[in-house]
Ligand binder design. Structure first.
Ligand code: F6R
Length: 615
């Protein structure tokens, strides 16, 4: 959480930083600020609220003639969102300013020591402690800024991505990271530092992804020096070419990123399948498995770790992998896994799923698994992200940038990856027949078109939404492969419309939740033909007889559920194992339209951030 943008070069820094912060608002948007140095004065402007409010405060962005500066958009951890807790945070002398993404866990004891040494604090943040610690080290040790930052970071416990500026060294920015990402854009006589590459995409295609525990001294004259924080070892910068375009990160005529991303799903799924599902040759090829097939074939168990929507994709993956490979799978919340001293055997395989590739809990779970000798496979969307670099191998979803805070195309493409993985391994293991395999490949290939068909029902779904947008509660039910879709549907609704929603396996309803059903309670039921259809129809009857209002997602041509439900949304028929990719689409649109009709900010829901880099 929190977004960082810094610039040093020969262009006006303010417009670059402001535009960049807007692109990073998915990481947090409760307060924001910028520091700009015009050669003699260091200006810091901060405000509670979004970057648009900072823009208003700045009025004319070119009025401060600065070619160096740093900015921040915040997701509060220490201290409420207000002007004084916003970043950049300045040191007591006002010489240093610092922006920070992460948490300094031992800030209280460090602060106590600094107070005893005469420092005063105006904010409640851990960041103000860090900037003063650096200042204190500068004074005590008489070292240069880069060295002072390095020493300070060895005293810090926690996670950070930081950029530091010293008004007495105006040609230099110091950047460092541990646990939170930082990308450095390398231009002609200019550098950009940001939480991801989107703020500098139109200026340069050359990027250095700063590695864990690395510190970079960046000078405006094309000079960058990287070293390891703990060992001081000098590292040769590795410049990569950025695989992203400006178009990818714009709304392209849609009202919200979430809607754009919902509609991108047919293409996103095609991109996930491209080069992997070779229909002409009737096979799947996964380069990430090439040297590791044996590990998978010998595995006694697969443990999946993830959070939120990615965890829901993990549940679908459990069904897929167990069905096609007969390897037992367990799915764990990464946040629980990391703290419960998990049992990990040498021949276990850990699969980490993450759209952003930066989720702190998932990263920590991987660390534990690796420390215990497990082989870790990653399923990530963001290329070059921390998780993708920390895992032994893995498969990108290639969904393209997902900017709306509510995850949509990441989910369907993650399931697509697991469909490929499970079928491929099943074929290698001989646990599914060649004809079954071919049938599944053909169906997999047809899914993008089927998703397009569902999207054509947008108007109907919008109408359904208008009948339910005043509800306070909602229940989602599904069975088998569609139980995780019920969880995901409920999560989508609660996170963007603030309606309380719960997902349940349909058959669990009678063990408690059925007490909630009355004429006020909407129940969304996934009732496709394949997979426990008759049982789900019985569940619908139970809801109907208690006067619940039913919205059903059904297979094309359904008759029985249509007689019972208040509203039905049809999805094309498919093989049972692929239905989650289809049934989740109407649920995404339903929550989107309910949220829009309630006047909620769907792309930036309250209290949330896209990339959860704190635990
Ligand atoms: C929900 C959502 C979150 C994320 C979760 C994990 O719409 O976006 O629940 O799924 O924070 O994030 P990643 O997949 O980036 O690890």
């Amino acid at each position: 959480m929190c977004g960082i943008v810094a610039y040093i070069g020969n262009q006006q820094a303010a417009p670059i930083i402001i535009k960049g912060l807007k692109r990073l608002e998915y990481r947090g948007y409760d307060s924001t600020g910028v520091s700009l140095f015009n050669g003699s004065e260091l200006y810091t402007i901060k405000t509670k609220g979004k970057v648009s409010e900072l823009e208003l405060k700045l009025e004319d962005q070119n009025s401060i003639d600065a070619q160096v500066g740093l900015g921040h958009t915040r997701w509060a951890t220490h201290g409420i969102p207000n002007d004084k807790n916003a970043h950049p945070q300045a040191s007591n002398s006002s010489n240093l300013v610092l922006v920070h993404n992460g948490i300094i866990e031992n800030y209280a004891s460090l602060k106590e020591e600094l107070i005893q040494r005469g420092y005063t604090f105006t904010s409640d943040t851990d960041t103000e402690v860090l900037v003063n610690l650096i200042e204190d080290i500068q004074k005590k040790e008489k070292v240069k800024l880069g060295k002072a930052v390095q020493i300070a970071l060895t005293q810090v416990i926690g996670a950070y991505a930081i950029v530091v500026f010293d008004r007495r060294k105006p040609n230099e920015l110091i950047a460092a990271r541990l646990g939170s990402p930082l990308a450095i854009g390398v231009g002609e006589n200019e550098f950009f530092v940001a939480s991801d590459a989107t703020p500098f995409i139109e200026y340069t295609k050359n990027v250095i992804y700063l590695e864990e525990e690395h510190l970079a001294i960046i000078r405006s004259n094309r000079d960058i020096a990287i070293r390891k924080i703990k060992t001081d070892k000098v590292i040769k910068p590795y410049v990569e070419e950025l695989q992203m375009s400006l178009e990818n990160i714009q709304k392209g005529g849609y009202e919200h990123f979430m809607l754009k991303e919902i509609f991108e799903q047919p293409q996103a799924i095609r991109d996930t399948l491209r080069g992997r599902l070779l229909s002409n040759e009737g096979k799947i090829t996964l380069s990430s498995l090439r040297d590791h097939e044996n590990k998978f074939l010998k595995a006694k168990r697969i443990l999946i770790v993830a959070c939120g929507t990615s965890w829901h994709a993990g549940l679908v993956a459990e069904y897929l992998i167990e069905k096609f490979t007969r390897i037992p799978v367990e799915v764990e919340y990464a946040s629980e896994f990391r703290y419960r001293d998990p049992i990990i055997f040498q021949d276990d395989i850990i699969i980490a799923i993450s759209q952003s590739g930066e989720t702190a809990d998932t990263l920590a779970a991987i660390k534990i698994a690796k420390e215990r000798g497990a082989f870790v496979y990653g399923v990530c969307n963001v290329v070059g992200s921390s998780i993708s670099r920390m895992t032994d191998t893995g498969c990108y979803t290639h969904a393209g940038p997902e900017i709306g805070v509510a995850s949509t195309k990441a989910f369907t493409t993650q399931i697509t990856v697991f469909s490929l993985l499970a079928l491929h391994l099943g074929m290698l293991k001989g646990s599914l027949s060649r004809s079954e395999y071919q049938q599944h490949l053909a169906e997999l290939e047809s899914l993008p078109d089927k998703v397009s068909e569902i999207l054509k029902q947008e108007t109907l779904i919008k109408e359904v939404a208008s009948s339910f947008n005043d509800t306070n509660n909602c229940i989602y039910l599904g069975r088998g492969y569609n139980f995780p879709v019920a969880l995901e549907g409920a999560l989508k609704l609660k996170e963007i419309s603030y309606i309380h929603a719960e997902g349940y396996p349909a058959a669990e309803m009678k063990h408690g939740p059925i007490a909630l059903i009355d004429e006020q309670m909407p129940v969304v039921v996934i009732a496709t033909k394949k997979g426990h259809y008759d049982k789900v129809v019985s569940n619908i009857q139970e809801i109907k007889s208690r006067k619940g209002r039913i919205i059903a997602v059904v297979s094309e041509g359904d008759v029985r559920v249509k007689e019972l439900a208040d509203y039905c949304i049809e999805v094309p028929e498919s093989l049972e194992c692929f239905t989650p990719i289809l049934t989740t689409i109407p649920l995404q649109l339903l929550s989107y339209y309910i949220a829009v009709q309630r006047g909620c900010n769907v792309d930036q829901p309250r209290n949330l951030a896209k990339s959860v880099t704190v635990e």
